[in-house]
Design a protein around this ligand. Structure first.
Ligand SMILES: [Mn+2]
Length: 440
């Protein structure tokens, strides 16, 4: 993504900051996995959104004085000894040049520079409560400035949480962001296709996980956006199943919820298909019901619609279907009013998608009384599911142990919607044909 994109984001962000203010946005930190090894570093997504800067521990400072805005980056200093061990650091000079900041300093200088910048500002903006260490750091700097009161220096007396400003910006994707999200969806869809083609009775779930990771990385999305869920049979009824250690059994379904990450952006796709390539009549019936609900919800997406309406559409279809199959019993309108289908559709219909897989952004309108209206550039998942645990004594034996979810990634457009993951086989016929045609 070009530097101009990040500069434009900082400009939009700064427009909404109070005047005579200083804003601090912190990068992510390395996290210890065990002893002296770390997890793969993941940049703080809001910091990344505003900077594109990939290194840990950095800090972005934005000053806005009389309407004029300047941006400063603090980053790790070049250090030949450390770089031999841990890899190249970008360093201040290159950071300023390539990432488009007005100034860049070594982190060694941050205390004095920030304290000087805080002097006589009215507001201090940062993401409060995000990380206790950062809160402590900010209060320490503030205390240092307050101690200079006898020198005639005043400290900011207004603390502003700037997280909601960043979240609202992140919610509406730019064209450049949508391009990346299209690419990561295509790569991730390819991984789901590969998984369908490679699946065989007797394999282990983690072997299918390996196929997904291979296909992500092979195509440039080197890492998964979240831990892949590869859940055979009744394992699909554990919603966040990531154990992935079970053996794939003849006659069971396989639920895969997985997406790659590309340039920071996530895909989040789920498909459910028969391990042996052929749906049983019960599997087919329940699968078709989830698919009908999913398609109806997706087709209702357009500017002005909202997740509440989509939920109503989806729950109506699921409730009617479950009633017809005898899984729910009673009066249709009463069951709908009681949200009876939530017994088997146990999670939300979807969520925002972007730099985070469960992306930021408020789900409510400003008055909090209604789910917010869709606008072009929002990206969300639509992922209804039905889950009937193996031990559910309330339903006929033949339904027990089925867990089904179907999830696509949808952009709201001026005309309606664009389904980023529609290329992954989804209809019963397409899935069965794909699996028959695979040389398994
Ligand atoms: Mn999801």
């Amino acid at each position: 993504m070009p530097t101009s994109e990040f500069k434009a984001r900082r400009a939009l962000f700064a427009e909404q900051l109070p005047d005579n203010s200083i804003t601090l946005v912190f990068a992510g930190q390395e996290v210890t996995r065990s002893n002296d090894t770390e997890y793969l570093f993941c940049q703080d997504k809001s910091f990344f959104y505003l900077t594109g800067f990939p290194e840990p521990d950095a800090v972005l400072m934005i000053e806005k004085v009389n309407g004029s805005v300047s941006s400063t980056l603090f980053c790790l200093a070049k250090d030949p000894f450390a770089e031999v061990w841990h890899g190249k650091r970008i360093g201040c000079e290159v950071a300023k040049e390539q990432f488009g900041f007005d100034t860049a300093y070594s982190l060694d200088d941050i205390d004095s520079v920030v304290e000087d910048a805080l002097a006589n500002k009215h507001s201090l903006c940062y993401c409060q409560g995000h990380n206790p260490q950062h809160d402590d750091q900010v209060y320490t700097w503030l205390a240092q400035v307050k101690a200079k009161v006898r020198q005639g220096i005043s400290a900011p007396n207004s603390l502003v949480n700037c997280q909601p400003i960043i979240e609202e910006l992140r919610l509406i994707k730019s064209d450049a962001e949508l391009d990346v999200m299209r690419k990561v969806s295509i790569i991730s869809g390819g991984a789901h296709l590969r998984a369908m083609e490679k699946t065989q009775v007797g394999m282990f779930e983690y072997q299918i996980e390996a196929e997904l990771l291979h296909e992500f990385a092979r195509n440039g999305a080197r890492f998964a956006a979240y831990n892949s869920i590869v859940a055979g049979g009744n394992n699909a009824n554990t919603l966040h199943y990531t154990d992935n250690s079970g053996m794939l059994k003849d006659g069971d379904l396989l639920l895969i919820d997985a997406g790659g990450e590309l340039a920071g952006y996530a895909a989040d796709i789920t498909r459910t298909f028969p391990i042996n390539g052929k749906f049983t009549p019960e599997q087919r019936t329940l699968y078709q019901l989830v698919l009908d609900a999913q398609m109806a919800a997706i087709n209702a997406i357009k500017p002005g619609a909202n997740l509440g309406q989509l939920n109503d559409i989806c729950q109506h279809i699921l409730t009617e279907g479950l009633l017809n199959l005898g899984i729910l019993k009673g009066d249709l309108s009463q069951l709908i009013a009681d949200k009876a289908c939530k017994q088997y559709f146990i999670h939300g219909l979807g969520h925002w998608l972007g730099l985070d897989v469960h992306d930021v952004g408020d789900y409510q309108m400003k008055d909090k009384r209604q789910t917010r209206s869709f606008q072009p550039g929002m990206v969300m998942t639509i992922e209804p599911g039905l889950y009937i645990p193996a031990g559910d004594q309330n339903v006929d034996q033949k339904w027990r142990g089925l867990g089904i979810r179907i999830e696509d990634n949808i952009v709201v457009t001026e005309q309606g919607f664009e389904n980023l993951s529609e290329q992954v086989p989804k209809s019963v016929d397409d899935i069965e044909r794909t699996m028959q045609n695979a040389k398994r």
